[in-house]
Design a protein around this ligand. Structure first.
Ligand SMILES: [Mg+2]
Length: 236
């Protein structure tokens, strides 16, 4: 048997957005499709729209993460504030948000190569998902891609009341897994939420880092940009 970077893994947890499912490209496609549908965007370019949305969305998530605004405020303000920033009449923000969500849900797809490896891992290990996000949306993704069909565990920040990287969400996940922290492998794409958070909670970590960003490779037990690399470590 070849050596692997992991030891004694009994449970594998995955992050959902941009680890298993390609949230970023679904978001880009949805923003473009939404832009094309409303006359108010006639003189706004795709780049301007995306930049304004990302700025506002990032700021609002920061406020949400710190308990300063609730979910509903985040949801309506991300488009109301975007329209304001672009100097447009924000009266249509709820229609824009609802078309955006429609397009977003129809643009979901797997991260390339993740589906086959996810299936192979869940056939051979107890497994589950730990995700930051809104429960109703994350459950729709889970249903659409049949991510929980063999008793896989699901941990969603909105239900637990803590967002990654908070230790409490990982503690909850570990308890649900019924194993020791160091017997859990956590696979995720966010250095801060997944790798630093997972490591602080005592988990082994695999960092999906296809963009080679933020290089601090020593923090994770494995850094990979192709799911076959993860598979080779778990099935040596
Ligand atoms: Mg992610």
């Amino acid at each position: 048997m070849k050596e692997t970077v992991f030891t004694g893994i009994r449970f594998v947890y995955f992050d959902l957005d941009d680890t298993l499912l390609d949230h970023k490209s679904a978001q880009m496609k949805a923003l473009d499709a939404t832009l094309a549908e409303f006359d108010i965007f006639e003189h706004i370019s795709s780049e301007e729209f995306k930049k304004a949305y990302h700025n506002r969305n990032k700021e609002l998530w920061h406020l949400y993460n710190h308990g300063k605004i609730d979910k509903d405020e985040l949801r309506y303000r991300r488009f109301a504030d975007t329209l304001d920033e672009l100097g447009l009449d924000n009266g249509l923000f709820d229609k824009v948000e609802s078309r955006y969500m429609h397009h977003y849900e129809h643009s979901w797809d797997w991260v390339p190569g993740a589906d086959a490896v996810y299936d192979r891992i869940r056939e051979n290990y107890a497994s589950g998902i730990v995700t930051n996000g809104f429960a109703n949306i994350q459950y729709k993704k889970i249903d659409k891609f049949d991510l929980v069909k063999n008793g896989e565990k699901t941990v969603i920040s909105e239900e637990v009341g803590y967002l990654k990287p908070h230790p409490k969400i990982f503690e909850h996940a570990i308890e649900l897994a019924g194993v020791q922290p160091n017997q859990v492998l956590y696979v995720g794409d966010s250095f801060n939420s997944d790798i630093e958070g997972g490591k602080r909670a005592g988990l082994q970590t695999a960092w999906y880092n296809p963009g080679n960003t933020n290089q601090k490779p020593d923090e994770a037990d494995l850094v990979f940009d192709d799911f076959s690399v993860l598979a080779n470590q778990l099935f040596p």
